[in-house]
Design a protein around this ligand. Structure first.
Ligand code: NAP
Ligand code: HSE
Length: 354
């Protein structure tokens, strides 16, 4: 049955996440059409290697290595950027926004560094820039902060923000796997970044923490201000020593706002087994938000992998269908002005690392 309206999308990238998006749009086609009265159709996908086997039926759309085949196609309403890296992703997204195409992206590295620029461009062009998949995989934490906690003042964010690291630490603890073997498994499962240093050295968690902090707090957070340490130094002896103390080791991202300054930290922490984050295992992520009216809220879900990440992307596509206006791009940037002056800090004051 043909829907009254079709949203046409072009993918930049057809790897782990892109493949998950194509598969889930197909598996949940009826659900999407019933809920929205609209259908979503993939017209094309940009890849680097056209001949690479994809284990996916690509007969219904154009697989190309020419970015302009996606970016200049006037039929495409939404560009879904799931290729990763800063360039050429940033230029392609800019071109898409300048052509008044909505953009959905999973690219935390890009957003943590150029989110302001891209958000402002999307606003000027009157289109949406959505990025639910950029933080904590399938957990709808971005929309939670942007839409459901705007009357609350958020004072802290604490969580496990990297699925690869949590998977590695869990396998080292449960199965006694060496670090390198656990990392190889995470790569095989599609959890790790193209360069897994980003995961294990804490950069990926830092990007996600900065994105969350900029949505949650009225002071600009720079990713360069995150006090960062990864898990590469964690040995099996450390894991066993933690165990003997009734603790586990987790890579934790923490951001606090005291009304003046934001302090951002990512690093391995020794958590007692009673800590809510200690029981979050395998590829799961968890985020606890503390806000003045609601108190603590904790969200747990799969933080990486094909389908959990695709879930966040396709929910962003539903959001484009629901609200094609750019109004909600605003909270991508620190929501500075009014709150900052009330607190006596300046709009552009940046974050201090301690
Ligand atoms: P991936 O498996 O490495 O896939 C990347 C895709 O982009 C591939 O199809 C690749 O083409 C294509 N590509 C990369 N650079 C290109 C270029 N310069 N020109 C044309 N095509 C290019 O990566 P992924 O795991 O899907 O991750 C994609 C993005 O989602 C990244 O920003 C990542 O941080 C983010 N993300 C990933 C996950 C996850 O669990 N994997 C979760 C959340 C967010 P070929 O296939 O031909 O090589
Ligand atoms: N490499 C990332 C992780 C993907 O392991 O968490 C999800 O952002």
């Amino acid at each position: 049955m043909e829907s009254a309206h079709t949203l046409y999308i072009g993918l930049l990238g057809l790897g782990t996440v892109g493949r998950g998006v194509v598969m889930s749009l197909e598996s949940n086609r009826m659900q999407i059409e019933t809920r929205t009265g609209c259908s979503i159709k993939v017209l094309g996908a940009l890849v680097r290697h056209i001949e690479k086997p994809r284990n996916l039926d690509v007969s219904a759309f154009n697989v190309t290595d020419d970015p302009q085949a996606i970016l200049l196609d006037p039929r495409i309403d939404v560009v879904v950027e799931v290729m990763g890296g800063v360039e050429p992703a940033r230029s392609y997204i800019r071109q898409a926004l300048l052509s008044r195409k909505h953009v959905v992206t999973a690219n935390k590295e890009l957003l943590a560094q150029y989110g302001d620029e891209l958000g402002e461009l999307a606003d000027r062009q009157g289109v949406r820039l959505l990025f639910e998949a950029s933080v904590a995989g399938g957990i709808p934490i971005v929309r939670m902060v942007q839409q459901y906690l705007t009357a609350n003042r958020i004072t802290s964010i604490r969580g496990i923000l990297n699925g690869t690291c949590n998977y590695i630490l869990t396998k080292m603890e449960d199965d006694g796997l060496p670090f390198a073997e656990a990392l190889q498994n995470a790569q095989r499962l599609g959890y790790a970044e193209a360069d897994p240093k980003s995961d294990v050295e804490g950069y990926d968690s830092s990007y996600k923490l900065a994105i969350l902090a900029n949505m949650a707090f009225p002071v600009k957070s720079l990713v360069s201000a995150v006090q960062r340490q990864g898990i590469t130094e964690i040995s099996e002896q450390d894991i066993r020593a933690a165990e003997s103390m009734g603790c586990v080791i987790k890579l934790i991202g923490e951001a606090t706002y005291d009304g003046q300054q934001v302090i951002l930290k990512v690093g391995p922490r020794l958590l007692p087994r009673e800590d809510a984050l200690a029981g979050v295992r395998d590829v799961f992520n968890a985020v606890t938000l503390t806000a003045d009216v609601v108190g603590d809220l904790t969200f747990i879900g799969r933080g990486a992998g094909e389908l959990p990440t695709a879930s966040a992307v396709i929910e962003d596509l539903m959001e484009v269908l629901r609200t094609p206006s750019p109004y909600w791009n605003e909270p991508l940037r620190s929501f500075s002005a009014s709150e900052s002056s009330e607190k006596g800090t300046t709009r552009d004051s940046s974050v201090t690392a301690h």
